[in-house]
Write a protein that binds this ligand. Structure first.
Ligand code: PEP
Length: 251
């Protein structure tokens, strides 16, 4: 199944809006079998979304902590997320790296904790505009992926999803060209093959994220041959998000 993941980020600001948005998407999701829709709302809405949805949508968190419990004020653990019915956790989003100084080492610890709780980590990697200008995209992707997967064995890797999210494309309206997304996707698969093997690498979905909208969504599946999309801004507009889902379902 193609994966379409909605990252609501720090939105919406009321439970009522969150319920409405989720219900609208949920109605359509239950009719589209070819796509697995995952919605990642803020933590506080997660248990309520589970009750509101019809089960066709899987739930994801936007982050988590690397310990399962203890004296860590303000943190939410993978074990808690699993218990309330979450299936996915976004780890290493560029906004967390940038605004909260998340390091590669912390991201690696989070991925290990997510796997330990039998959840699917959705690992975000991608270059900044400066790195792209200096031709450093492959070097950055290699570094971020290798550090994220440090110490993770072939058996566990099957639960992993990788999202290529060029930082310059996130929230900017400047979407990546399908050719660029395709070459990044192929490079990610090459790195996974080097670390594990071809068969294992082929099991891992590689998604694209960065200013996806109803006009460009199909390019990343059809032309770039990626296995799904991570949608930020457009996932908050039910009309736009449902158009993305419908256009991909018609491929
Ligand atoms: C994201 O937050 O992962 C993202 C891709 O955002 P946007 O679609 O708004 O660029």
């Amino acid at each position: 199944k193609i994966l379409i993941v909605a990252n609501w980020k720090c939105n919406p600001t009321t439970l009522l809006e969150a319920k409405r948005l989720f219900q609208t998407v949920s109605k359509t999701a239950s009719r589209i079998l070819k796509i697995q829709i995952v919605v990642c709302p803020p933590f506080v809405y997660l248990p309520i979304m589970r009750q509101v949805g019809k089960g066709a949508i899987k739930l994801g968190a936007q982050d988590c902590f690397w310990e399962q419990n203890g004296a860590f004020t303000g943190e939410v653990s993978p074990k808690m997320l699993k218990d309330i019915g979450c299936s996915y956790v976004i780890v290493g989003h560029s906004e967390r790296r940038r605004y909260f100084n998340e390091t590669d080492e912390q991201i690696n610890k989070k991925i290990k904790a997510v796997l330990k709780s039998r959840l699917n980590p959705l690992i975000c990697i991608g270059e900044t505009i400066e790195q792209k200008k200096h031709g450093q995209t492959p070097k950055v992707l290699r570094h971020q992926l290798e550090s994220a997967l440090k110490g993770i064995d072939r058996k566990a890797i099957k639960k992993i999803i990788v999202a290529y999210e060029p930082v310059w494309a996130i929230g900017t309206g400047i979407a990546c060209l399908p050719e660029e997304a395709q070459s990044a996707g192929l490079y990610i698969r090459k790195l996974l093959t080097e670390k594990y093997n071809r068969r294992t690498a082929d099991l891992i979905p590689v998604l694209y994220g960065g200013s996806v909208n109803a006009n460009n969504a199909t390019n990343y599946i059809k032309e770039a041959k990626l296995q799904g999309l991570l949608v930020g801004g457009a996932s908050l507009n039910p009309k736009e998000f449902l158009s993305i889902i419908r256009s991909v379902s018609l491929l």
